[in-house]
Design a protein around this ligand. Structure first.
Ligand SMILES: *Cc1c(COP(=O)(O)O)cnc(C)c1O
Length: 475
């Protein structure tokens, strides 16, 4: 056995590694500095392994090709370092607007506008007529007002920010009346009571979980009431012996007491979804017609645009929102603004919306078409998984997701993969199978249910890409 000092001598110098011809293309791509740092840290690791008499390291030092093996290991390290962390995936979960998978996919016209806004100087906040400073909201305000019937509009970072801004502007250290039945949590961090706290508003819970009456609101209005708020209970439904107060009644009460009436619509939409054979969801226009002073909603839920929060309503109130210093902290960037504007323009032509807006195209995809996709996917998966799993087709229900219409499900078709496992091994095999699909170059995300791995095919568009990587699936 060599002494460790003689083993150290087997290692090349950093400079020699950098001269290695196999690393030249890598250095040309990422620059000498990154490869140098990776080489230093890799050689350092090997030296400490030698000092610890690590078996594997000692064995590899005996290799004839030691030098090239070291170069190769460094190449792998640098490539990993430069690999993107944010990558595209196949969303076969059955949840179309999936928050963890980035919600809405944007239409081509929006992507193009983002490119322009990103690469060029723009008149983002510059009035080309006067040559003076302008307002970034002007680009969207008119079209939002046209489509919703509102007097004014403003845009912030997301709907959570929209709610926060409204509360902070009209109910700072004041009470906000909200029905107990509407104290929603929208997955993880957004809970109405917590947002109230962050905005320094005082939550005044009205009525009971299942029944709230107008008199409950009336008897709780006092000199310190900032606003009345209605939250669209977008991800659950209270059934049975229930009562809530209509927007028109709340609006009349708010007017009488001279306080604003605000609705957080969550997943707001600008068109009646019934025309696309989807369940009706209250539109922003309907909310305003019922007397709501301000409506807040998301840009990337049912609207199908980029992450944003939109606030529309009375001009006087929107002006106050714009003058709140918090607006500056919550405002949207130019790239978002450019994308949102293009998405909203598509709403001017509702007839073609379902073909132009990817979200609506997915939601309205004909069952027969999904069935055809499913048939082809079953065939290919069956070949790849032969002997490992049974691949069948079955009916399933897609969800719109992100809190929109939780109880309304869309009929769809899934491939259901059941591993051929010994008793007691099914769960482990299912998890491995799901993990293997997730480790493909473009990860495939499904869901596990009833001992099967389920891929809902509603959102599979790039079949060639899907089939093309299947031979890389480890089984
Ligand atoms: C989703 C939702 C929010 C939060 O909207 P984001 O755009 O995710 O910030 C707030 N309120 C309701 C009712 C929602 O459904």
């Amino acid at each position: 056995m060599n002494s460790s000092s003689s083993l150290f001598k087997l290692l090349p110098s950093v400079d020699r590694v950098l001269q290695c011809s196999a690393l030249a293309p890598l250095i040309a791509r990422v620059g000498q500095q990154s490869v140098k740092l990776a080489t230093r840290s890799y050689l350092h690791k090997i030296r400490s392994n030698i000092a610890r008499a690590d078996d594997r390291t000692l064995k590899s030092l005996g290799s004839e090709n030691l030098f090239y093996e070291i170069c190769l290991a460094i190449e792998v390290r640098v490539n990993n370092e430069f690999a993107s962390s944010l990558i595209p995936v196949f969303n076969l979960t059955g949840t179309v607007v999936h928050t963890n998978l980035g919600r809405a996919r944007l239409p081509a016209n929006a992507v193009e506008a983002m490119g322009v806004a990103a690469t060029e100087a723009t008149n983002l906040e510059f009035d080309l007529n006067s040559g003076k400073r302008g307002d970034r909201d002007v680009h969207l305000e008119q079209i939002l007002c046209d489509l919703s019937g509102a007097e004014a509009a403003t845009v912030v970072n997301n709907n959570a920010a929209a709610v926060l801004l409204v509360l902070n502007t009209f109910a700072l250290d004041k009470e906000v009346l909200i029905s107990r039945g509407e104290l929603v949590e929208i997955g993880g961090a957004f809970r109405i009571p917590d947002v109230m706290k962050s905005a320094s508003s005082i939550l005044r819970e009205i009525g009971t979980t299942n029944r709230t009456h107008l008199r409950d609101y009336e008897s709780n209005v006092n000199a310190n009431t900032g606003l009345i708020m209605k939250v669209h209970t977008s991800n659950y439904e209270i059934r049975g012996f229930t009562k809530s107060v209509a927007e028109t009644e709340l609006s009349a009460l708010a007017k009488k007491k001279n306080i604003p009436f605000v609705a957080d619509l969550g997943s707001g939409t600008l068109v009646d979804l019934k025309q696309y054979n989807l369940p009706h969801e209250p539109t922003v226009r309907e909310m305003l017609q019922m007397g709501t002073d301000l409506v807040t909603f998301s840009g990337d839920k049912l609207l199908g645009g980029p992450q944003a929060g939109i606030i529309v309503g009375k001009r006087e109130l929107v002006e106050q929102l714009k003058n709140n210093p918090l607006k500056r902290a919550l405002r949207v960037g130019k790239i978002t603004l450019a994308a949102l504007l293009e998405v909203i323009k598509l709403y001017k032509d509702p007839r073609r919306l379902a073909t132009r807006l990817p979200l609506l195209a997915d939601l309205t995809r004909p069952l027969a078409e999904i069935e055809e996709v499913a048939g082809r996917v079953q065939l290919e998966l069956d070949k790849v998984l032969q002997g490992q799993a049974v691949v069948e087709l079955g009916p399933c229900h897609s969800q719109i997701g992100s809190g929109a219409l939780p109880l309304e499900l869309l009929e769809s078709i899934a491939v259901e993969i059941s591993p051929i496992a010994q008793k007691g091994q099914t769960d482990a095999m299912l998890n491995t199978l799901a993990a293997n699909f997730r480790s493909l170059p473009k990860p495939v995300i499904g869901r596990i249910s009833d001992g099967k791995l389920i891929f809902d095919l509603r959102c599979l568009r790039d079949e060639a890409g899907f089939f093309g990587q299947l031979q890389k699936l480890s089984i």
